[in-house]
Design a protein around this ligand. Structure first.
Ligand SMILES: [Zn+2]
Ligand SMILES: [Zn+2]
Length: 287
């Protein structure tokens, strides 16, 4: 077997000019299975040179700034994506099996999704969208940013409640200050925060609502208050994690069975609170 590291003979190097060119060009990320000539070189943001093919750029994408604007084949085309992302993206621009995304880390997949949408590489758009749609709840903030930026409202609505406890700073940082997203998120959180505060105010010790003298109400409040989280943030977390029903599950209502006034007031208040959550706008409706 001939080692690939052995120096080539001068006669081998000079025998064919096109061969020499291809040997000096960066290789195509698909490797030896790709027999297309490299006639375009991309330069990633981290300085990696990657071989590409103009025909594939035209056939597999609608947005690469290479074919129209670049005429020289010798100059690398600088792009803002890193080498890993570009390499992966180019593998989606060949007529061969596309790479599986499952073994990759989330950051790489979201970077691929971003590049695929930017350059409109439909094969990579579809693969990354399918992955994110399936795994969005594991990466709620990144998924929300992706969904808002590239207009996938179903994903935004699927993960928005899981971002309720994330800080505003984190939302701004990960969305790269996408004002549309930040504003919608702020309004979305306000609805839930308002419900959490109202639940807490009603049941917190020292904030009792006592509208008539009744021996049952104090006992009822005492039992119910014990299961309500002590702060509005924690109440919000319960709503986000387990849903409003967990909070409003009225296991102590039996205490009020002898007082129609208290029971009706409590049933009405719970129904009203449920309604506030059920009728809260979806995230996509706030965009
Ligand atoms: Zn190739
Ligand atoms: Zn009563």
């Amino acid at each position: 077997m001939i080692s690939p590291n052995l120096p080539k003979l001068a006669s081998e190097l000079n025998s064919d000019a096109s061969c020499l060119t291809s040997q000096e060009s960066p290789s195509c990320p698909v490797g030896s299975e790709c027999i297309l000539p490299v006639d375009l070189v991309l330069q990633s943001s981290d300085g990696k040179l990657i071989g590409a093919h103009r025909t594939n750029m035209e056939h597999f994408s609608d947005g690469f700034p290479t074919c129209d604007s670049v005429t020289s084949t010798s100059e690398p085309v600088p792009l803002t994506e890193d080498g890993e992302t570009l390499t992966l993206l180019l593998r989606f621009m060949h007529k061969h099996k596309y790479p599986g995304l499952t073994p990759m880390d989330a950051a790489s997949i979201f970077a691929l999704a971003e590049a695929a949408e930017k350059y409109m590489v439909y094969s990579a758009m579809a693969s990354s969208h399918a992955y994110i749609e399936h795994n969005c709840k594991e990466h709620p903030v990144l998924s929300l940013c992706y969904a808002v930026k590239f207009d996938y409202p179903a994903i935004a609505d699927a993960v928005s409640s899981l971002t309720l406890l994330v800080s505003l700073e984190e939302i701004q940082r990960l969305s790269i200050s996408n004002h549309r997203l930040v504003y919608a998120w702020f309004r979305y959180r306000e609805v839930y925060l308002s419900v959490a505060t109202s639940i807490l105010d009603r049941y917190a010790t020292g904030a009792r609502v006592k509208e008539h003298d009744c021996p049952f109400w104090d006992r009822y409040l005492k039992g119910t208050a014990a299961k309500i989280p002590p702060t509005s943030t924690e109440t919000l977390k319960s709503i986000a994690d387990e849903g409003i029903e967990k909070i409003l599950d009225d296991e102590y209502v039996q205490i009020l069975k002898s007082c129609d006034t208290c029971r009706d007031r409590e049933t009405g208040w719970r129904a009203h609170t449920r309604k506030r959550i059920l009728q809260a706008p979806k995230f996509s409706e706030l965009l």
